[in-house]
Design a protein around this ligand. Structure first.
Ligand SMILES: Cc1cc2nc3c(=O)[nH]c(=O)nc-3n(C[C@H](O)[C@H](O)[C@H](O)COP(=O)(O)O)c2cc1C
Length: 244
């Protein structure tokens, strides 16, 4: 990689330096909405209260965390999924209009949306759901089995079909670009990484298998979710199931 490629140019053109921090004012009137809801979803399912879990030390969880790609076809219980969702994006404090979460976010702008492909979770029909942060519900967007097309769209990684559920994270770039302009793209992926690590740690604590996935055919994943691929696009996924 001798030539200056797109990556180098991006890094160069989005760097902060002391001579070029002119500082542009924020246009509060055009601040994008902080999270999505789908009023026309097929059904809205409340997420259950957090169940009591066995205490396990953070240090053990960190030591045990591993990417596991072998899942049994056993279902997960909905309260277990609720715990995983809370670990990734649970609201832990309200500050003005900001809903602060378990995972950090650059500027507390939360550009990452969560979609959940349900393959096998008790009390939830298989389909594609969206996580409604404000109301803490799952919004059913598409009913049916999406494990196979999801796996195919992820370069045929069959674990995504065997997993009980797959969290798919998209980025709504305008939320971050409102403040950070092109530099926002750096932060989208960092935000997603924090969320992914929280999923790994929660899954480990619950003795579940987890593997995050960054290899996928972008347009195919975006189509499964029903996002346009421009204003909102898939950035990362996390498969969870009982370890095989
Ligand atoms: C950004 C990112 C993308 C990844 N994409 C994939 C993937 O597409 N398929 C896969 O099997 N593992 C994927 N992984 C998991 C890594 O392969 C795994 O973290 C690495 O081999 C280290 O193993 P460990 O997680 O067990 O420590 C990804 C991990 C990260 C952080």
């Amino acid at each position: 990689m001798n030539d200056q490629g797109i990556g180098d140019r991006y890094q160069e053109e989005t760097r902060y330096d002391r001579s070029g921090m002119g500082g542009r004012g924020l246009d509060w009137a055009s601040k994008p909405s902080p999270f999505k809801t789908y009023p026309d979803c097929i059904r809205r399912v409340p997420i259950p209260e957090l169940s009591k879990e066995e205490e396990i030390s953070l240090w053990n969880v960190l030591a045990e965390r591993r990417s596991l790609r072998n899942f049994t076809l056993q279902s997960l219980d909905y309260p277990v999924l609720a715990r995983l969702l809370w670990a990734t994006q649970g609201v832990t404090r309200r500050e003005g209009s900001s809903l602060l979460r378990t995972a950090p976010s650059a500027g507390a702008l939360y550009p990452i949306e969560t979609y959940i492909v349900i393959n096998r979770v008790e009390d939830l029909s298989p389909g594609v759901y969206h996580l409604d942060i404000g109301g803490w519900n799952l919004e059913l967007m598409r009913e049916g089995s999406f494990g196979q097309p999801l796996a195919a769209a992820a370069l045929h990684q069959d674990m995504l079909e065997a997993a009980a559920t797959v969290l798919v994270w998209t980025a709504v770039v305008a939320r971050s670009a409102w403040k950070y302009s092109h530099r926002a793209y750096r932060y989208l992926y960092m935000d997603a990484g924090h969320i992914g690590q929280n999923l790994y740690l929660a899954a480990t604590a619950l003795k579940l298998g987890c593997c995050t996935v960054g290899a996928f055919f972008d347009a195919e994943i975006n189509d499964i979710l029903g996002v346009d691929g421009k204003e909102e696009f898939a950035v990362y996924m996390g498969a969870v199931g009982r370890p095989g």
